[in-house]
Design a protein around this ligand. Structure first.
Ligand code: SF4
Ligand code: SF4
Length: 308
């Protein structure tokens, strides 16, 4: 949801021209926030040419010089100052996670903050809660409400969803089910774990961050956080090798809160510098597809000097 909202609030992409009912955002909102008033709002959005959607976006950030209709930056939204304290604090959060914003976008913009939350939801749920508490939840629900009160039906529905989602995400920790309880009646399982290539497509499709790929210096793992799973089945639908199946969970079964590794594979070290590269599972898959050229054993940095 974070990633879809980030796309919806960036320069309009082609998919935004479709009717609201056909947006990935609509599917996610209907499944995860069925009672949000954003859902009927999204359903009413008609299709439109890209230039029409772009004009709406331009109107959103237009206004007087230095006084746009809506500030889409945390520092400016909260204090009226572009490049304020929040801008630098957010940039620090990104660099601590080993990330940075590319291009000219300011770090505390609505789009990079949502993209960062999407990354944290998949990799570090406690850091996600911290970032929500210290940054995103301080302003994104208000920005969403301001958009929802506006006259543009497209961005009013997106704004309502932004407000509802961030509010829900920020209060998720205390409302998690009690230990051992589940929110769904079925969970994904791997039919043949050793055949999983650790491609990560299933984790990318997971809307709740229940399925994630985690890497340490020597291992890659496909991990299931059962309590975050809604049983939607998207992960099973995307797996090319049809390795995932949804298995029923008896209502009486006590499921551990602990992350569960569905697939583990060592990481292959670069033959030249010894730094960990991809997982053995991915490497074996690539070798099966293209054979085993010598350069495959080197990381990208060591390939250039060795092979020009
Ligand atoms: S279960 Fe399927 S989609 Fe997921 S990482 Fe393994 S091969 Fe890829
Ligand atoms: S069923 Fe799969 S995609 Fe859906 S929430 Fe659970 S792990 Fe994620």
């Amino acid at each position: 949801m974070y990633a879809a909202l980030a796309e919806a609030l960036a320069e309009p992409a082609q998919w935004l021209c479709l009717p609201g009912r056909e947006w990935p955002l609509f599917e996610l909102a209907s499944g995860l926030l069925p009672n949000s008033t954003a859902v009927p709002g999204l359903a009413l959005i008609q299709d439109e040419v890209l230039s029409g959607r772009q004009a709406r976006y331009a109107a959103l950030i237009g206004g007087q010089p230095g006084q746009p209709h809506y500030w889409l930056y945390e520092s400016a939204f909260l204090t009226g100052r572009i490049l304020g304290e929040a801008t630098f604090a957010v940039a620090k959060c990104y660099s601590q996670a080993g990330l940075q914003v590319e291009g000219s976008e300011l770090p505390d913009g609505v789009v990079p903050e949502l993209a960062f939350l999407s990354y944290l939801a998949a990799n570090d749920p406690s850091a996600e809660q911290k970032f929500l508490k210290e940054h995103a939840a301080l302003w994104l629900p208000s920005l969403g409400q301001a958009l929802a009160r506006g006259t543009d039906p497209v961005y009013a529905a997106i704004g309502q969803l932004l407000s509802d989602w961030i509010t829900r995400a920020a209060s998720r920790a205390p409302t998690l089910p009690a230990s051992g309880q589940l929110t769904c009646a079925r969970l994904p399982a791997l039919r043949e774990a050793s055949a999983c290539t650790l491609c990560g497509f299933c984790a990318q499709r997971c809307p709740t961050g229940a399925l994630v790929v985690r890497e340490t210096s020597d291992q890659t793992a496909l991990v299931l956080l059962a309590k975050s799973c809604t049983g939607c089945g998207r992960c099973a639908a995307v797996c090319d090798t049809a390795l995932i199946r949804m298995e029923p969970v008896p209502p009486t079964e006590v499921v551990s809160d602990a992350p569960r590794a569905l697939r583990l594979s060592e990481r292959v070290p670069c033959r030249a510098c010894g730094q960990p590269m991809v997982s053995r599972a991915e490497m074996d898959f690539v070798i099966k597809q293209i054979g085993h050229p010598t350069w495959l054993d080197n990381c990208p940095a060591c390939r250039m000097p060795a092979y020009g």
